[in-house]
Design a protein around this ligand. Structure first.
Ligand code: ZN
Length: 321
C-alpha cells in the first residue's frame, strides 16, 4: 500500500512538473530520470544502486551534461543511454514538449509547429514526431483483440477531393485516397489500419485480425462484410446505410463514423496531405489519444513517454525512419 501511494505521488509530481519541463532542460532531465528510475536510480552499465549525480566543481551545480557516476563500476552515464533519446542530441525539453502536444491535442500536432516552438530543424522535428508516434502504436493488437460490442467501418482518407466525392460515393475509387479500416468498442478502445482495398477478403481479414471472435459485430450493409457473422459468437448486426437507415435499436456504427470525422479533421487541418505510406503512423497517434481519452492531459503524456521507454529496443528494427 505504501509503495502504491509513493508511485501515485511520484506520478502527480511528474504531471505537475510537465509545463516547466517543456522549457527548462534541468526539469526535463529530472522528469525523464524519474520516469525511468522512480526513486531508485541505478547504473545503466552494471545495475548497481550506489550512484550519484556528478556536480560541477566550480559552481557546485549539476554537471552540464547531466552525468551520473556509479560507485560500483566507476562508469559514467546519462538517462539517455540505452533509450531512443540516445541517438538524438536534441534537448530533452523538446522531447517533452513534443510528447505533450502529441498526447493532448485531439486534432494532432504538426512537425512544423514543433519546429517553430522548439526552434529546431524540420528534420529534427520529424525525427521527434516519428518516434513519438511509434511509441503510441498499440503493443499487441493481434493478441489483445477488441471485445464486447464492436463497430467496424471503413473510409477513405487524404488525397484531393474529386467532383461528386463524399456523401454519395462513400466508397468511390479515387486513387489518391487511402482506404482506412476501423474497429471500435462501444465506450472502449479503437484500432484503425490502412488497408489495401475495401474488398470482402481485405475487410473480413482486418476484422478477424482486430476483433475477438466472442464479440458482437456491427457494420453497415456493405457487401464486403457479408458472411462474417458466422465467425462471431455475438452475431453480425447491420444497419442499411444504402437505404438511409442509420440506427435501429442499439445497432449503428456511429462511434466508428465519429472517430473517422475526428481523424479527417486532424489530417486535413494539420497534416494536409499525408501520403499512403506514412498514414499508419498518424493512425497510431489518433488512436492513442482516443484510447486514453479518460486520462487527463498530464496522465496521457506520461503514458506516451512510458510507452516509448518500453519500445526503445525495437526502434532500430522497426520502420520509423
Ligand atoms: Zn555501474
Amino acid at each position: 500500500m505504501k509503495n502504491e501511494e509513493r508511485t501515485e505521488l511520484a506520478k502527480s509530481e511528474m504531471i505537475a512538473v510537465m509545463p516547466v519541463a517543456c522549457s527548462n532542460e534541468d526539469a526535463a532531465v529530472e522528469l525523464f530520470e524519474a520516469l525511468r528510475w522512480g526513486d531508485k536510480p541505478t547504473c545503466v552499465h552494471c545495475g548497481g544502486a550506489s550512484v550519484y549525480k556528478m556536480t560541477d566543481a566550480a559552481t557546485g551545480k549539476r554537471n552540464k551534461r547531466y552525468l551520473w557516476r556509479c560507485h560500483g563500476c566507476g562508469k559514467q552515464y546519462t538517462v539517455r543511454i540505452g533509450t531512443v533519446y540516445e541517438e538524438s542530441r536534441l534537448d530533452l525539453r523538446h522531447w517533452c514538449y513534443a510528447f505533450w502536444r502529441a498526447s493532448t491535442s485531439k486534432k494532432g500536432v504538426a512537425a512544423l509547429e514543433i519546429m517553430r516552438h522548439c526552434q529546431i530543424s524540420y528534420k529534427s522535428a520529424l525525427f521527434l514526431m516519428n518516434r513519438i508516434r511509434f511509441a503510441m502504436a498499440p503493443e499487441n493488437p493481434a493478441i489483445d483483440k477488441l471485445k464486447g460490442t464492436v463497430e467496424c467501418d471503413e473510409t477513405y482518407v487524404g488525397g484531393k477531393p474529386r467532383p461528386g466525392d463524399g456523401k454519395i460515393h462513400k466508397r468511390g475509387r479515387a486513387t489518391s485516397k487511402t482506404p482506412v479500416f476501423a474497429a471500435v468498442e462501444r465506450q472502449g478502445r479503437i484500432r484503425r489500419q490502412v488497408v489495401a482495398d475495401v474488398s470482402g477478403k481485405t475487410l473480413k481479414g482486418a476484422t478477424r485480425e482486430l476483433v475477438d471472435a466472442q464479440a458482437r459485430l456491427m457494420t453497415d450493409d456493405y457487401h464486403s462484410y457479408r458472411g462474417i457473422g458466422k465467425e462471431y459468437a455475438g452475431g453480425h448486426h447491420t444497419v442499411a446505410h444504402s437505404t438511409g437507415e442509420y440506427v435501429r435499436g442499439d445497432i449503428h456504427t456511429n462511434t466508428a463514423e465519429s472517430s473517422f470525422a475526428i481523424l479527417k479533421r486532424g489530417i486535413m487541418g494539420i497534416y494536409h496531405n499525408v501520403s499512403k505510406e506514412y498514414l499508419h503512423r498518424y493512425l497510431w497517434q489518433f488512436d492513442f489519444v482516443w484510447n486514453n481519452r479518460k486520462m487527463n492531459d498530464g496522465e496521457r503524456t506520461i503514458a506516451a513517454m512510458k510507452a516509448a521507454e518500453g519500445k526503445r529496443l525495437r526502434y532500430r528494427s522497426a520502420e520509423v525512419a
